[in-house]
Design a protein around this ligand. Sequence first.
Ligand code: KE4
Length: 428
Amino acid sequence: MINKSIELFERAQQSIPGGVNSPVRAFKSVGGTPIFMKSAKGAYLFDADGNKYIDYINSWGPMILGHAFEPVVEAIQKKAVESTSFGAPTELEIEMAELVKNMVPNVDLIRMVSSGTEACMSAIRLARGYTGRNKIIKFEGCYHGHADSFLVKAGSGVATFNIQTVPGVTSGVSQDTFAAPYNDLDAVKQIVADNKNEIAAIIIEPVAGNMGCILPESGFLNGLRNLCNEEGIVFIFDEVMTGFRLARGGAQERLKIDADLVTYGKVIGAGMPVGAFGGKLEIMKHIAPLGNVYQAGTLSGNPLAMIAGYTLLSHLKNIPSIYDELEQKGEYLKNQLQAVLGKKRIPFVINQLGSMISVHFSDKPVKDFASAAAANNTLFNKFFHAMLNEGIYLPPSAFETWFLSNALTYEDLDYTVKTTDKVLDTLV
Ligand code: KE4
């Protein structure tokens, strides 16, 4: 029973576009009424009607240790009474930058912003300013936020709503963005060869999470790294999802590849608005006020956001067992789902790395946007609602990764697997 959500959704649409402040929350691709949440604690969400859900979205990534993690809540409460913003430098921002540098060794300088979009947008501008080149390469199905340059064959909500070209993005902007298939190194090499000395940056989700979870094939990222070295292209890892999640040092540590610039969001803010971009001094020294690549933000380094992120990152840094536990839970969920799905008469693929996982009803590997789009996503949409009705909150789109929090118990995981087994029998 979700009468309150239905009522709130009606009301919300009178004053908010589509009734939501971010399109992916609208359940447009899966259909039905978005669930309005009232509170959350640990691995569980509680909606406006009092229903409880096991959460596999975790605010699209930030809640890696679960909702309302006490140390973070207490830190915010304590900091709030000292003012919520100064618009002036603070020691806390230095401590936050030093903590990130300690966790991510190849970052010499890091700039805080207020969202992943801002981080990626700024990183691209910096790469263009540093190289003097205009063009960028991204990958079909990857999502780097809603800055104009990125809304070309993007993932997440752009893919979910099948928006081929986003109105308002001018041809002047989109002509400088090339999109190659994920895992297709030859396609990237061809674009670079056709645009010799014109490519400023290649930006990639090192493990993609915006077309479901899609892993880089062996040699792909190293091939891009070598290509960038040979061609003087800035290699940007968009770690808004993977940062501080796949390892303390994120995908760079996990996959043992150094990018030139790296962007962060989500976990770095513990659910408060924080993004960041950082990298080698050689490049970062071009950012204002050091250099002339202008980038700014009234609330960048905001004390509440900083203390939230600093508190969460400190836990992740100082309790290494967290990553082992997340690893084991991700593997366990994948193996158990594999076992129950394997007994069904439906083709499926499970992609998983650490605490990122997705299920695709596909009879072939899902290794790029085309194969993710070719899966039986109609079945996924029915699966989504069947799980939701049983109290399991999955991302409302086949073009999203699921995120595990370390607050999930093995009972939660077992219930998820048992419910998957049960609902699929009713759907196929
Ligand atoms: P934000 O501007 O939404 O903080 O971050 C943009 C962004 C950048 N890079 C990656 C890899 C991302 O996944 C995101 C945002 N992720 C989506 C979920 N697919 C955010 C959810 C939403 O749009 O509401």
